[in-house]
Write a protein that binds this ligand. Structure first.
Ligand SMILES: Cc1cc2nc3c(=O)[nH]c(=O)nc-3n(C[C@H](O)[C@H](O)[C@H](O)COP(=O)(O)OP(=O)(O)OC[C@H]3O[C@@H](n4cnc5c(N)ncnc54)[C@H](O)[C@@H]3O)c2cc1C
Length: 388
């Protein structure tokens, strides 16, 4: 496992990236590859934040209902958001291949299922809204779903261009690709304070400072350094369970295991197979779990998710969990992350929030932030801005 030194002394850089998760490492790579002098500061270890807890899905859409997004931000912006998300998924997969990042990258189709009549009505409405906006929305009926997945559902929307990765390994791979292109990475080096003037910003660590034109904040959620921005978010916790090995006899009863299954329950579940023998289930989201009660809540949600999995695949009933864990995230009012500047913080660029529990947002953020740093703005990026 690579390790990076602590930051010491004073230096200058074109951009300082705060946070060494998938978003920060993707941003450090994008900026360094574009020729900028980049410094990345990670408070703990690279990839040990939310990235290590996530399920590793590069999804093709931002996981919000198109019709609802259209009502919130308008047709044009919603269409841009869906187009750029899909583009980012394809480009992210291509980048990981080009850099030869060893992160178990596998192409995956996905299906968003409706399992009740109410969910089917919602899915049909959403499909209509997507088609109305000129987006692709291939529908599956109950029989096609049963034949392919052996799951009892009323309808499904298919997407075909996503992938799964080991997000921790992808993060380490992007970190070393950034370092190869000249980025300086520091671990155990929290940004403690950020001062700014009209001309530049100074990022202060315990043992030094960095003067820069751009500070990229890639800490996933607004930390206490940005208390004033916390009002834009709801702090939530999602739960994940990896099952024990599913016996070959049981696996033979199940359908195609290469497809990622997401349902339209509120909150939704995401189910995917890991290494063909274990099932990973994500869901049961709720308000942020307080540290005091966290372990107890994880045990309860692990049981709940295993039960809910057995309603999807009755043949796995009785299967035991191998691991259960929790991941915190910040949710925005319309479900899309905020990526870009905020008028109260000159020289800062932010990437906060989580959409569809997906790695695609991390890569998309790196491209939008690069466009801001190099002043090559794309009007489509407005869909992700703070003032959308
Ligand atoms: C349940 C769940 C499932 C998810 N599933 C997926 C998935 O399928 N695929 C996927 O990849 N994504 C998934 N995500 C989203 C995932 O969290 C993000 O995609 C991404 O991996 C998070 O990366 P990040 O860099 O934004 O945050 P993090 O990985 O949390 O990185 C932020 C880093 O900032 C550091 N930091 C904080 N404060 C400071 C400071 N002051 N100075 C320096 N460093 C600081 C932290 O130590 C941390 O390492 C999921 C999220 C949830 C909640």
């Amino acid at each position: 496992m690579p390790s990076y030194p602590r930051h010491r002394g004073s230096m200058t850089a074109d951009a300082v990236v705060v946070g060494g998760g998938l978003t920060g490492c993707a941003a450090a790579y994008a900026l360094a590859a574009a020729g900028l002098r980049v410094v990345l500061l990670e408070a703990a270890r690279v990839g040990h934040g939310n990235t290590a807890f996530s399920s590793g899905w590069i999804s093709e859409d931002p996981g919000v209902a198109f019709g609802e997004l259209e009502s919130a931000i308008g047709l044009r912006a919603a269409r841009h958001a869906f187009h750029s998300w899909r583009r980012a998924a394809l480009d992210f997969i291509a980048l990981l291949k080009r850099l030869d990042v060893k992160c178990h990258l596998e192409a995956r189709t996905a299906v968003t299922l409706a399992r009740t009549l109410e969910q089917a009505a919602r899915l049909t409405r959403d499909r209509k809204a997507r088609l109305g906006a000129g987006l692709d929305a291939p529908m599956l009926n109950a029989r096609a779903i049963w034949n392919d997945l052996a799951i009892d559902a009323t309808a499904g929307l298919r997407s075909k261009d996503g992938a799964t990765i080991d997000p921790y390994r992808a993060c380490l791979g992007l970190a070393s690709a950034a370092a190869e292109r000249g980025a300086l990475l520091f671990e155990r080096s929290a940004a403690r304070r950020i001062r700014f003037s009209r001309k530049s910003a100074d990022v202060l660590t315990a043992n030094g400072s960095i003067r820069t034109a751009h500070v990229v904040i890639a800490t996933a959620v607004p930390t206490p350094l940005f208390k004033a921005l916390q009002r834009h978010f709801w702090f939530r916790t999602s739960y994940l369970v990896l099952s024990e090995r599913v016996p070959a006899k049981t696996r033979a009863l199940l359908g195609n295991r290469a497809t990622i299954v997401r349902d339209t329950a509120v909150p939704p579940h995401i189910v995917r197979w890991v290494g063909d023998e274990h099932v990973l289930v994500c869901g049961a989201d709720g308000e942020e779990a307080p540290p005091r009660r966290r372990d107890k809540i994880i045990v309860q949600r692990t049981g709940q998710l295993m039960y809910e999995l057995s309603t999807l695949y009755p043949d796995v009933s009785g299967l035991q969990p191998a691991y259960g864990w929790a991941a915190d995230y910040a949710r925005t009012v319309d479900g899309l992350p905020y990526i870009g500047p905020h008028r109260n913080y000159p020289h800062h660029l932010f990437a906060f929030g989580d959409a569809s529990h997906s790695a695609t947002g991390a890569y998309l953020a790196s491209r939008i932030l690069l466009r801001h740093c190099s002043e090559e703005l794309d009007s489509a990026d407005e869909a992700y801005s703070f003032n959308r």
